[in-house]
Design a protein around this ligand. Structure first.
Ligand SMILES: [Zn+2]
Length: 378
């Protein structure tokens, strides 16, 4: 779709504004009826921030998709498992309720996948109705009658946080499959550096070095695209799921002013929920990038993109540096520095699996909490 932004007018703008109003955001009356002015832009930014999208105030495909998903309320449509999965806030509401009632619907990501379907069937079995996994008015009525406590902390987050300990104690990098996604592709260069290096070329070079580094450490790396093809982010996420990857590393490079620099790692999350395992993976990689490469610490942040949301394993989007910064671009074109960069990322991944201590010293016993770390992504 065409990106809709400030200055635009018409039916599409009106539709966006009504969705923003339904979401509880404010738009000045003189802009309503289809004029994309400053208050509409502010509302779009606020929406993006709450939903874990980069908050640029423009409505492209991702923001539009989230606006549509935000419009669904539980009961608006019949939900069931199908190959083109139902996605939306109705699904998220269902997952939250099932988790609150003690069933395991998995991450509250708003995607009606196999785990959510299994939780529905188990719930139905428990209340003595047909376990068909179909969520219609009867099933919703049964759920609501039990008054699930949807206001408290999500049980899915607690469960996943406990799972991190399991990974640290029981899993090793040796023998684990690591999915590596070099961002962009041949028809989609992404950012381009002052020296002419494109993000799609650079992410492939880093991916190859990372694969070599992980292979040397006993892992089974798998790169999700070739130099000649560019599957969609959803297709890449599906491929990672089908590989049964233990973790997924999506590589991008940042862009901005020539002086902007440093590393940032993203993990799945919105204002409402997040992936604790993704956060842990992002933090250890971020720490190694900063400690071993001396990169400026751009910290970790929540983000909602298909590679993070639709993958079922702990997943991160690593942006090790700014391609638009001449010094950092030069680092990427130098094979030796690039190998060091890959080694730093691999060291972080290895630490995620436990048993290895950080280059900067032993891991703190307290771990980290999410509060105050990154309030709203972006
Ligand atoms: Zn990118």
């Amino acid at each position: 779709m065409r990106t809709i932004h400030r200055g635009d007018r018409g039916e599409a703008v009106r539709d966006i504004q009504h969705r923003l109003l339904d979401f509880g955001l404010r738009i000045e009356p003189e802009e309503l009826e289809g004029r994309f002015g400053p208050s509409t832009e502010e509302a779009v930014k606020a929406f993006q921030q709450r939903r874990g999208l980069p908050s640029d105030g423009m409505v492209g495909a991702d923001t539009w998709g989230e606006l549509v998903e935000a419009g669904y309320r539980l009961g608006d449509r019949v939900l069931y498992l199908r190959s083109l999965t139902f996605q939306g806030d109705d699904v998220r509401g269902l997952q939250k309720r099932l988790n609150a009632l003690g069933f395991d619907a998995g991450r509250e990501d708003g995607i009606f996948g196999p785990r959510t379907a299994a939780a529905v069937a188990e719930f139905q079995h428990n209340v003595g109705s047909a376990s068909d996994g179909i969520v219609g008015p009867d099933t919703i009525g049964s759920i609501e009658r039990l008054r699930p406590a949807v206001e408290g902390p999500s049980r899915a987050v607690v469960r996943e946080a406990e799972y991190i300990r399991h990974i640290e104690e029981k899993q090793t990098l040796v023998g684990s499959c690591v999915a590596i996604d070099p961002g962009h592709g041949p028809d989609d260069p992404g950012h381009v550096g002052p020296g002419g290096l494109s993000e799609s070329e650079a992410t492939m070079l880093i991916a190859e070095d990372l694969a070599a580094e992980l292979g040397a450490r006993g892992a089974h790396p798998s790169i999700l695209r070739t130099r000649d093809d560019a599957p969609s982010p959803s297709a890449r996420a599906l491929a990672a799921n089908e590989l049964g990857a233990a973790v997924c590393i999506s590589i991008h490079l940042n862009g901005g002013e020539p002086t902007a620099e440093g590393a940032t790692c993203f993990y799945y999350g919105t204002e409402a929920t997040y992936s604790p395992a993704g956060q842990r993976l992002a933090e250890v990689i971020q720490e190694e990038l900063v400690a071993l490469m001396g990169l400026m610490d751009g910290r970790t942040n929540r983000l909602t993109v298909a590679m993070l949301r639709e993958t079922r394993m702990p997943a991160v989007q690593v942006e090790p540096c700014f391609l638009t910064n001449p010094t950092e671009e030069a680092m990427l074109t130098d094979p030796v520095s690039r190998r060091l960069l890959a080694a730093a990322m691999a060291a972080g991944i290895e630490r995620f699996f436990g048993s290895v201590e950080s280059a900067t010293g032993p891991r703190s016993a307290s771990g980290s909490t999410d509060a105050g770390r990154s309030s709203a992504g972006g």
